[in-house]
Design a binder for this molecule. Structure first.
Ligand code: PGA
Length: 261
């Protein structure tokens, strides 16, 4: 099983900072190939830095499975291919800039930018139509969890976004479970016990059908090993802890597994 270990930089990094990180990553992975054994790394810069990061990482990065190739992703893309959608970018545009993956439905986009189950479905379809990997983010609020509805909520979000897909299309999808209460500086890291049921539910419904199930929310080098050991977890989607190259390399090292292990 390949572990997917990736980071979204969210609304961070200038072009110069993005290039420095990407160049350092390329150099580190060339000189330390063990960092990506059994791992598929992915980086999701802001749109402004996609092309620059792609140029630093190199053209071999765009095909999945070409490890130690790093896949690049976009943090969002519109479901239409082009048109009068001021301020938006399309899937063909992010692909043109070097993305082979599209993040869809992050809780920050659902909360602040009106992302709905319906728009996540449109975007998943658009990504697949153009041969990109949809990275669908799902997660419940603290209130939903307190009321005992987390499992049903997650399944509703996932089923709503993925409905109508063929099994072949589904097999190209990544799902990241990111409880809202565990994300970002305001969040609190989840206890392993709190993640067992959601991953059990998601694994039973999607484990054998999607590309991989990931966990995200306050991941650090300290908690990554125990998170990766949760049944059903096949990767990590990281924010703050991987915004420094050092942090990301440390997380890759923790996740990497020599092929004969
Ligand atoms: P965090 O962000 O690791 O900084 O909590 C995770 C995410 O939003 O995906």
């Amino acid at each position: 099983m390949t572990r997917w270990i990736g980071t979204s930089w969210k609304m961070n990094k200038t072009l110069a900072e993005a290039r420095t990180y990407a160049r350092g990553l390329r150099e580190a992975l060339s000189s330390r190939p063990e960092l990506t054994e059994g791992v598929q790394p992915f980086i999701i810069p802001p749109h402004t830095a996609l092309a620059a990061v792609a140029a630093e990482i190199g053209p071999s990065s765009s095909s999945p499975g070409s490890a130690p190739g790093v896949l690049l992703g976009a943090q969002n893309a519109h479901w239409e291919d082009s048109g009068a959608w001021t301020g938006e970018v399309s899937v063909p545009q992010v692909a043109d800039a070097g993305a082979s993956l599209v993040e869809i439905g992050h809780s920050e986009r659902r909360e602040h930018f009106g992302e709905t189950v319906e728009t996540t479905r449109f975007k998943v379809e658009a990504a697949l139509r153009h041969g990109l990997i949809p990275l669908l983010c799902i997660g419940e609020s603290a209130q939903v969890r307190q009321e005992g509805g987390a499992a049903g909520f997650l399944l509703d979000q996932a089923r709503g976004a993925l409905q109508g897909l063929t099994e072949e299309q589904l097999s190209r999808v990544l799902i990241a479970y990111e409880p809202i209460w565990a994300i970002g500086a305001q969040g609190r890291p989840a206890e392993v016990d709190e993640l067992l049921e959601p991953f059990d539910v998601l694994h039973r419904e999607y484990g054998d059908r999607v590309e991989a199930l990931l966990y995200g929310g306050s991941v650090t080098p300290a908690n990554a090993p125990e998170l990766l050991a949760i049944p059903g977890v096949e990767g990590l989607f990281i924010g703050r802890a991987a915004w420094s190259l050092q942090g990301y390399l440390e997380l890759l090292q923790l996740a990497a597994r020599p092929s004969d292990a």
